[in-house]
Write a protein that binds this ligand. Structure first.
Ligand SMILES: Nc1nc2c(c(=O)[nH]1)N[C@H]1C(S)=C(S)[C@@H](COP(=O)(O)O)O[C@H]1N2
Ligand SMILES: [Mo]
Length: 369
């Protein structure tokens, strides 16, 4: 009997009215988001950072694991973890967001990991600047790209593959791009890429390749699945599309008060409610955050924390709100130094990528006790 991958691994599709399936629930249960109340922390505590894992978490032995660096280089390198740790290191605080964040709110809904707004987290990543390793290997300065391969393996839309992504050489040479072996001062957890992952501050999550095993300097743009097929902004399946790269601006509020277990509607009481949240963008600094209590009809400026020396991490904002009894819909929106803002309704693309429509939080304010 002939069995093909095409039978179990179908083309990308949009929801035609069936709703979120058990297959998507299986993905959502593996790949959790940040509980929005954890936006209160500057650095997301272990276990609360979102996760996105396409296939299985590989089991890697740190004693036998090696990183190979090759391609358009003077000398191929094979480095163990101890050798990498002897190279100069730095720590960078980075807000990472999945490119599919917000996908579940699109209509029609692209069938995939059904994120609402919670696919984000901030960590302190420690590792070797990638440029140090590329310099040690004698990477050809005229090369086009650098290709990163993870140790995980799977099949996607019929294509069997190792997880692979590339970066243009000039992005790979940025001083804050890291080969990270620590997250928040501890060895990487298995789910975050142990023993080594790429960290590309400012870029959506898909660029930050986990479980790194190979780095190849190449003279032509990489055309692997995660580069040329997935992670493109397109309207129709046969378009080449535009590559997904850096994070668009977004602000998220910590939902105020307390939640109803099932509806997640928030409940507050009259008085002063201090709203707080986080805002970030991978293209330009966030310069302004506005909040709305009436579904976006009117907006008021929030107080943005002073820059704290972490240009690749989110910024905190606060707003003193004095609600009276009634129903509200809370939103926040970020604006960058380049004047880029957030849409109130999202422009659609087939993969559901780079969404940054404003968050909406239903809140009821009860009568005073
Ligand atoms: N090897 C490998 N790297 C990967 C992935 C993966 O499935 N395999 N997922 C990517 C995606 S889509 C995202 S959003 C981030 C998530 O990183 P985190 O799980 O540490 O938050 O890892 C990226 N790196
Ligand atoms: Mo992602």
């Amino acid at each position: 009997m002939d069995v093909t991958l095409a039978e179990i691994s179908r083309p990308g599709r949009v929801d035609t009215g069936e709703g979120i399936s058990a297959e998507e629930l299986a993905l959502a249960a593996r790949n959790h988001g940040i509980p929005l109340e954890a936006l209160r922390y500057d650095v997301t505590p272990p276990g609360l950072h979102y996760l996105l894992i396409h296939y299985d978490i590989p089991l890697l032995d740190p004693l036998t694991w090696r990183l190979h660096v090759g391609g358009q280089v003077g000398t191929d390198l094979t480095l163990g973890l101890a050798e990498l740790k002897e190279l100069p290191s730095r720590t960078v605080r980075v807000t990472m967001e999945c490119a599919g964040n917000g996908r579940a709110r699109l209509e029609p809904r692209p069938v995939s990991q059904p994120w609402l707004v919670e696919a984000v987290g901030t960590a302190e990543w420690t590792g070797v600047p990638l440029r140090e390793v590329l310099a040690a290997a004698g990477a050809d300065p005229g090369a086009a790209e650098v290709v990163f391969t993870g140790a995980d393996h799977g099949v996607e839309r019929g294509v069997e593959q190792d997880y692979q992504r590339s970066l243009p050489l000039e992005e790979a040479m940025r001083e804050e791009v890291l080969l990270a072996y620590e997250m928040n001062g501890l060895p990487l957890a298995p789910q975050h890429g142990f023993p080594l992952r790429l960290v590309v501050p400012g870029w959506y999550g898909m660029a930050h390749v986990k479980w790194l095993r190979d780095i190849e300097v190449v003279s032509e743009p990489f055309t692997g699945f995660q580069q040329a097929v997935a992670y493109r902004l397109r309207q129709a399946p046969d378009e080449p599309g535009v590559p997904v790269t850096r994070i668009t601006p977004r602000a998220l509020l910590v939902p105020p008060g307390f939640p109803d277990f099932m509806s997640r509607t928030r409940v507050v009481r009259p008085g002063t409610v201090t709203l707080e949240g986080r805002a970030w963008c991978g293209r330009a600094p966030v310069e302004r955050v506005d909040v709305s209590m009436d579904g976006g009809a009117t907006w008021a400026p929030a107080v943005l924390a002073e820059p704290d020396g972490h240009p690749w991490a989110w910024r905190r904002f606060t707003f003193e709100w004095s609600p009276g009894p009634g129903r509200y819909e809370l939103s926040a929106r970020a604006t960058t130094a380049d004047g880029e803002g957030q849409p109130e309704s999202q422009a659609w693309n087939r993969g559901g990528f780079a969404n940054n429509a404003v968050q909406r939080i239903p809140v009821v304010c009860l009568e005073a006790e």
